[in-house]
Design a protein around this ligand. Structure first.
Ligand code: NAP
Length: 289
């Protein structure tokens, strides 16, 4: 079993760290808000006061924080991972972040003998709870081979995508698809409701046909219960869409559908709904249409 550090114990991280513990690994945890670690410490995780201390105590470190600037702080600050890291160690960032930051982390790691992977995940809070995430990985293939059995602890599928940054680019491709399915799902339910259909039946039948998708299957039923809790924060989805648009523009690629979804989620966040789950788009549209 390995000595594994885990930083970021939010909706996703807490569940993923729990799976590492239950697989028998020695897990050292850190989170900005300490009390979010209490439950895991109760299950046998070791609290560390800084990312630096996490790096000192472990051989592998996994991170899943909020935004790219959180990732930068965790890796590069004076009390960060690189400051406490040692040669031969492996750092894996699971945050949805920018491909350029993934490359910067990789390149810095090469100068100090630390290997890194960018390994963002898909599958939502349910995927994290049930250890059924899809994990897309960039970095060196040898590093991937060394880390795969750790990623398997919380994933149903783990795929090597190529050099550093490729995991994040794959996650952006994923989010471009989700931009379409979230807007489509919300408009489907608004339309069916307006036409007097039973939306429970609509979700069931559409999920059996060509319109079936993850957003409809997972967020449709939450909408029917008026459950707008996250899930996946609307503010994080907006972050992802902005990264995808930015990366596309760097390559002179226009993504008009993704831009439309980004502008809708920008409105959702400006309206004060960023801390709800992404399904809150329907509530925003009902209240403002
Ligand atoms: P979350 O609940 O906000 O969790 C993020 C955690 O990271 C929080 O506990 C936060 O601390 C901690 N954190 C942030 N900055 C930190 C720092 N500098 N040092 C230490 N801890 C720090 O968000 P989440 O839903 O788990 O999502 C995490 C990441 O995964 C995001 O990039 C998101 O886009 C991505 N993602 C989410 C989902 C999903 O369905 N939820 C799916 C795939 C990918 P506090 O407790 O102090 O806030």
């Amino acid at each position: 079993m390995n000595k594994i550090g885990f930083i970021g114990l939010g909706v996703m991280g807490k569940e993923m760290a729990r799976h590492l513990l239950s697989t028998g690994h020695e897990v050292h945890v850190y989170n900005r808000t300490k009390q979010k670690a209490d439950e895991l410490v109760g299950y046998g995780a070791h609290w560390q006061d800084t990312p630096y201390d996490v790096a000192k105590a472990t051989d592998f470190v996994l991170t899943i924080v909020g935004y790219p600037n959180d990732v930068e702080e965790v890796y590069f600050s004076k009390t960060g991972l690189f400051a406490g890291g040692h040669e031969g160690q492996i750092f894996i960032d699971l945050t949805t972040s920018t491909p350029s930051l993934a490359k910067q982390i990789f390149e810095h790691g090469q100068t100090v003998g630390i290997e890194t992977l960018d390994a963002p995940v898909s599958g939502g809070d349910i995927g994290a709870k049930e250890a059924r995430l899809t994990t897309m990985v960039g970095g060196k293939k040898e590093t991937f081979d060394q880390a795969k059995q750790i990623l398997d602890c919380f994933s149903a599928k783990v795929t090597y995508m190529g050099e550093a940054g490729s995991g994040q680019h794959t996650k952006m491709a994923n989010q471009i698809m989700i931009a379409g399915t979230m807007v489509g799902m919300v408009e489907t339910l608004l339309y069916a409701d307006k036409m007097g259909l039973d939306n429970e039946k609509v979700i069931e039948i559409l999920n059996s046909g060509a319109a079936a998708n993850f957003s409809l299957a997972n967020y449709g039923p939450r909408i029917l219960k008026e459950d707008y809790s996250p899930g996946f924060f609307a503010k994080h989805f907006l972050k992802d869409l902005k990264i995808a648009i930015d990366e596309a523009e760097k390559q002179n690629l226009n993504l008009p559908g993704t831009k439309l979804a980004a502008s809708l989620y920008e409105q959702v966040v400006d309206y004060g709904y960023g801390d709800f789950g992404t399904q809150v788009l329907i509530k925003y549209l009902k209240e403002t249409m």
